[in-house]
Design a protein around this ligand. Structure first.
Ligand code: AHR
Length: 510
């Protein structure tokens, strides 16, 4: 009976691509409590000599985040970066128009660089193409990356940073297709500006990579024409097109919520095809890839945030976008990560939006500790086990329909082969709400060398169960001690519980 059985083949010869570690990137925006009382809180018991919360740094390192996008987001579109450097006592506050907040500029470019070193991560820097433009982007690049005897390189050295920062990946603004964006542009205007800015920045440093803004989500009325027009202007100068997408379940329809990765598949496929169309039209041999640099679940806090911004603007670091994630959100994040792995040949960068306090896996209590949300765990496991070669895994599963989607597979799954560590890991979600599904995996290509390593599941929770600072392991992966978990002659069978996220790791012993 196909309703409760699924089959998958895992073979190390069938490679999609080597996974770019930046697939496990994240994002810190000057928004809410991401920076102030998030990563930066002088006076907090865990703050170090720079005012960085060590409890937060520990959790960021635990997640294994290789790159962090900064400083926005919508914030960047009216960011005056030079306000944020130099002696702190001279820094002036400025209004942040994106989130109707006052930013004191006590934390800026240099602090972020220092924090990234401590958190063991790289910077993905966004420039302001909203209210500013090419000249300002060049000044910021000179400040960060050059060691010349000119104004901005000198300014960095005078501020106590003799070594250039060597920031390699740069975002050409943020969501420039969005009418909400300060300095929003048409596709033709933005394509030209992105091209000219990237071209000029490359003269200063030709090792840089550029991410051009794609559509802010799949429902934008200008999608996918925006991608075509901007690429026709900028194809020769940029390296990645960005995608952003958030999901939510405001209707409380879990089955349909968990089917949203079908739309994500369509989004990815359409952007890939649009890039390749422009490539063909231009007779280009250059390959442009994807930067999915904002993705997550985001909806729990929205009404409250809109109310706050409308009625009480201009506070310093108010609590905004503080979604408290539940169990089904963790399943959704797991499904998104599986979708990314299947597109590892085109997605070279992805940023979980965001990292701390603002729609984030890591939360902080201002007067207490840092803690892990439910979504922390699937991201942690994918970042830990999802390094190496993404494998093409044929999968047959029963299907169901939901209110907004048809032919939704019960199981979504994929596998990653890590040659160096000699391990292979299966990631699988059962999004059937009722049935346990028996997964039958053909692993014969590995011969008799496989041993079951760590096998965990997140299952059996109520869909609305959440974590808190008092208990951040309430909703978390638990080891499976399953007598039905059998591996023999390259055939592996396991039972995937209804509504479950499963990570099954095998060691390859030779
Ligand atoms: O991540 C929150 C916001 O979502 C970002 O500032 C913006 O780019 C997107 O709309």
């Amino acid at each position: 009976d196909m309703a409760d059985k699924a089959k998958m083949t895992v073979d190390p010869s069938f490679r999609i691509a080597e996974i770019d570690k930046r697939l496990y990137g994240s994002f810190i925006e000057h928004l809410g409590r991401a920076v102030y009382t998030g990563i930066y809180q002088p006076g907090h018991p865990s703050a170090d000599e720079d005012g960085f919360r060590k409890d937060v740094i520990d959790l960021v390192r635990e997640l294994g985040v290789p790159i962090v996008r900064y400083p926005g987001g919508n914030f960047v579109s009216n960011f005056f970066w030079e306000d944020s450097v130099g002696p702190k006592e001279n820094r002036k506050a400025r209004l942040d128009l994106a989130w109707r907040t006052t930013d004191t500029n006590q934390f800026g470019i240099d602090e972020f660089q220092k924090w990234c070193k401590k958190a063991d991560t790289d910077i993905m820097m966004a420039v302001n193409l909203g209210t500013r433009g090419t000249a300002d982007a060049l000044n910021l690049l000179e400040y960060c990356n050059l060691n010349t005897d000119t104004t901005y390189a000198k300014m960095r050295r005078a501020n106590g940073h003799p070594e250039p920062y060597g920031i390699k990946t740069w975002c050409m603004g943020n969501e420039m297709d969005g009418p909400w964006q300060v300095g929003h542009k048409t596709a033709a205007e933005y394509g030209m500006l992105a091209a000219e800015t990237a071209k000029a920045m490359k003269v200063m440093d030709d090792s840089l990579e550029f991410v051009m803004c794609g559509s802010s989500n799949i429902k934008m009325p200008t999608f996918p024409e925006w991608e075509r027009v901007t690429l026709e202007e900028a194809y020769d100068y940029v390296d990645y097109v960005s995608l952003h997408q958030y999901y939510g379940n405001p209707a409380g329809d879990t089955a349909d919520y968990l089917a949203n990765t079908l739309d994500m598949e369509t989004f990815l496929h359409t952007v890939e095809c649009t890039i390749d169309y422009v490539k063909a039209k231009r007779r280009s041999t250059k390959q442009i890839n994807l930067s999915f640099d904002e993705w997550n679940v985001w909806y729990h806090s929205m009404d409250k945030d809109n109310e706050k911004m409308a009625r009480e603007p201009w506070d310093q670091h108010p609590a905004l976008l503080e979604d408290n994630y539940n169990f089904e959100d963790a399943l959704m994040v797991g499904l998104i990560l599986i979708t990314f792995l299947k597109h590892a040949d085109r997605i070279r960068i992805a940023c979980l939006a965001q990292l701390v306090n603002v729609i984030a896996p890591i939360m902080t209590d201002e007067n207490g500790k840092a803690w892990r949300q439910t979504i922390f765990y699937p991201f942690y496991q994918a970042s830990k086990y999802g390094r190496g070669i993404a494998l093409e895994c044929p999968l047959a599963s029963g299907k169901h329909d939901t209110s907004g989607h048809t032919d939704v597979t019960d199981i979504d799954a994929t596998a990653v082969y890590n040659e160096e560590k000699k391990e292979v890991t299966i990631f699988a979600v059962n999004r059937n709400m009722m049935e346990t599904v028996e997964l039958d995996c053909d692993l014969r290509a590995f011969g008799n060398s496989l041993r079951i390593g760590e096998h965990t599941e997140m299952a059996g929770y109520g869909i609305n169960e959440v974590n808190s600072s008092a208990d951040d392991r309430r909703v978390a992966p638990k080891p499976v001690a399953d007598p039905a978990d059998a591996l023999s002659d390259g055939s592996y069978k396991t039972a995937l519980k209804p509504l479950s996220w499963n990570v099954i790791n095998f060691r390859i012993e030779k």
